[in-house]
Design a protein around this ligand. Structure first.
Ligand SMILES: *Cc1c(COP(=O)(O)O)cnc(C)c1O
Length: 424
């Protein structure tokens, strides 16, 4: 049985070797922010790097492309280099560009090469909708009916995927596999290494959506032989709303022609030759399209410094401790109140958030917000709670569960309508 006292939470905060990072963020005293898996908070470093980029624009005008603290012409590649350690990639295998959805389109346009009766794409029924929409439209562009050619591995329990099931779907007619590293609702981790080995043994290219794992745990994409990956930077990486996304392409594929081309995919020394024939970059840079969204990439410069300083191993350790503590307190203090923890409980299979279900989830989330606790509601009855190791504390967790307990005991959630907002 764990120590349920507030004093215990305080002690754990005092012992926390990452505690100094909280001061790097704009965290409001009267708010317990547990939504870092939807939109991470602003750090002072991200603010500084963004202001620095604005400063370059102010002072250098067009010359900001090659001058100033972070010359814009090289920023996407520089950020790729800075991101690489988080995912276990070579620096040249990563570039910051586009968004999750755009990068997925690009990578499917490149790696989906139907031939003979190998025409299908394998994904899963629990995938984030935008991923499915992108896959469906890519199939249609190639003249295939998504009804028949998009194979969705089914979940046995509606929350998680069974890896045996995924592997058994890797049949001869599959031309491409796209899966999440962590499921966005249940927080289940898929075994990237194992699934990649199985896909490779069948010569099926495989790519992963890392939106819920980048910045959560260390990856070894290069060593695991993952063909490609893509992600957004505004969740655990705290790069701001709509911040530029990222992609990884294994160096085995360097030299391949990207499915979608644009001039910023050119070799950097050739781009301004303005030739009608494109000379693509020899690395992941080739997958860029047009002029990079510099202002949307700028916060990531500062944000990634914090990850380098904190270290992914230490961040993962604290994240697991926070989510374990949260589950333990929910089990004890909210017992018999109708909550079900629906994420995998084992450290090995649990991502960065805790996922609980309750029939009154919509109103409970509104009541939590009114109490200064920011959760993430997922219709119809899901509540995601993401304690972020860079800025959340053990006392945050204690207080969040304490307030939740009070909301349930006093039934204050009944003041609200059981309905979701436009963004939820
Ligand atoms: C957040 C998220 C997205 C969002 O894609 P955008 O193109 O950034 O809007 C896609 N996939 C997953 C799994 C996500 O969690």
């Amino acid at each position: 049985m764990i120590d349920q006292s507030y004093a215990h939470a305080r002690q754990r905060d005092e012992r926390d070797e990452l505690r100094s990072f909280r001061a790097e963020f704009y965290v409001k005293d009267d708010m317990i922010y547990l939504d870092g898996n939807s939109l991470g908070l602003l750090s002072k470093r991200a603010e500084t790097s963004t202001l620095s980029v604005l400063e370059s624009w102010k002072h250098h005008g067009i010359d900001g492309w090659t001058e100033g603290e972070h010359p814009w012409f090289y920023l996407s590649e520089q950020l790729g280099t800075q991101t690489a350690p988080l995912i276990g990639a070579r620096p040249e295998e990563v570039v910051v560009t586009g968004s999750t959805t755009v990068n997925l389109h690009q990578l499917v346009a490149t790696f989906y090469q139907p031939k003979g009766n190998k025409t299908k794409i394998l994904a899963d029924e629990l995938a984030f909708p935008t991923d499915l929409y992108a896959l469906q439209s890519q199939l249609r562009l190639q003249g295939y009916d998504p009804e028949e050619h998009l194979v969705l591995a089914q979940s046995r329990d509606g929350q998680t995927l069974n890896e045996e099931d995924l592997i058994s779907e890797m049949t001869e007619d599959i031309a491409l596999i796209v899966l999440p590293s962590v499921l966005y609702r249940s927080g289940q981790i898929l075994d990237i290494k194992r699934l990649t080995a199985e896909a490779r043994a069948r010569e099926i290219p495989i790519g992963f959506d890392l939106c819920h794992s980048i910045g959560v745990f260390p990856h070894h994409l290069h060593d695991w032989g993952v063909d490609f990956a893509f992600w957004c930077n505004y969740k655990y990486l705290n790069a701001g709303p709509g911040g530029a996304g990222g992609l990884y392409v294994n160096q085995d594929h360097f030299g391949r022609t990207p499915g979608l081309s644009g001039w910023f995919g050119s070799r950097k020394d050739k781009q301004f030759d303005m030739e009608a024939e494109m000379t693509p970059a020899e690395d992941a840079g080739a997958y860029q399209l047009g002029t990079p969204h510099i202002l949307s990439a700028a916060p990531l410069i500062g944000s990634l410094e914090l990850f380098a300083e904190a270290g992914m191993e230490r961040l993962r350790k604290k994240s697991l401790e926070l989510t374990r503590y949260l589950m333990d307190l929910i089990d004890i203090k909210l017992k018999g109140m109708g909550f079900t923890i629906a994420n995998p409980r084992e450290d090995q299979w649990r991502g960065g958030h805790v996922y609980v279900e309750h029939v009154e989830a919509a109103r409970i989330c509104q009541a939590l917000k009114a109490e200064g606790v920011i959760p993430d509601f997922r219709a119809p009855q899901g509540i995601r709670l993401a304690p972020v190791p860079l800025y959340n504390t053990f006392t945050d967790i204690w207080q969040a569960v304490d307030r939740l307990q009070r909301i349930m005991e006093t039934e204050t959630y009944k003041k609200y309508e059981n309905k979701r907002g436009v963004v939820a």
